[in-house]
Design a protein around this ligand. Structure first.
Ligand SMILES: [Zn+2]
Length: 245
């Protein structure tokens, strides 16, 4: 049991050191993620607007062609007006003329609306692009900074990870799972010692009888307040010695 507890505390000590390295990175990793997703969102908006602009441009072009065609046939109808032989033909022709004129008017109005839309989209894209550029610049700076920090600690981190792997292999699987669960839930510290009769994780007093039991290291005890695994200072010392700290 002593070995089982010691190795758990060793794992904690290694993770403490890894956490310290992680802390050096500060909020840079989160900032990089946030910037990356912001850029993606804006780029997507630009893409959508570009697609809509393209569609509007081609629709307007289509309208222009249609108006050209209608104007040509209108000209033809009007010239035919002079050659009508009866009222029926005249009526049919004026009906065609009216219809064409209406169509032209409708298409022209549509083209004006499309032109407004195209201009609006263009303005919006023009506004988004410098925003994206600014974010990309910021992202690049933060990435460089983060890379430098990671690079500076690369060797130490690799050494720690290597040690961690060896220690983790010695931890019993259920213990490891418990350890990781607590570590995740309580921000890093899963195994703690008793300091001045209190759990050094949550600072709540550990009952005297429990303290004695913990010192005996006959089984795994958890803090009644925070749930962290409690080990005696002897176990902690032993772990430190093994890790050469
Ligand atoms: Zn506690």
């Amino acid at each position: 049991m002593i070995e089982r507890l010691t190795v758990l505390y060793e794992l904690q000590l290694i993770d403490d050191q890894l956490d310290e390295l992680e802390e050096l990175r500060g909020d840079l990793p989160a900032a990089v993620n946030e910037l990356t997703s912001q850029i993606e969102t804006l780029q997507q908006q630009v893409e959508e607007k570009e697609a809509e602009k393209k569609k509007s441009l081609s629709k307007r072009k289509e309208n222009d062609n249609e108006v050209e065609r209608l104007k040509a046939s209108l000209k033809k109808f009007k010239s035919q007006l002079y050659q009508v032989r009866n009222n029926k033909e005249y009526d049919a022709l004026t009906k065609e003329i009216d219809h064409s004129e209406e169509q032209i008017k409708k298409l022209d109005a549509e083209s004006i609306a499309l032109e407004d839309l195209i201009q609006k989209l263009k303005n919006e894209i023009d506004e988004l692009e410098p925003q994206i550029e600014a974010l990309q610049k910021d992202l690049k700076e933060k990435e460089t900074e983060l890379k430098q920090i990671i690079k500076a600690n690369e060797r130490e981190e690799a050494k720690l990870l290597d040690k961690r792997e060896k220690i983790a292999a010695k931890v019993k699987k259920p213990d490891y799972n418990t350890y990781m669960r607590i570590r995740k839930a309580l921000n890093g510290k899963a195994v703690v010692t008793i300091n001045r009769s209190a759990c050094s994780g949550c600072h709540n007093v550990v009952p005297p009888q429990r303290q004695i039991e913990i010192r005996q290291s006959k089984r795994i005890f958890s803090c009644e307040s925070c749930g962290r695994i409690l080990v005696s200072s002897e176990i902690a010392e032993e772990a430190k010695k093994k890790l050469d700290l």
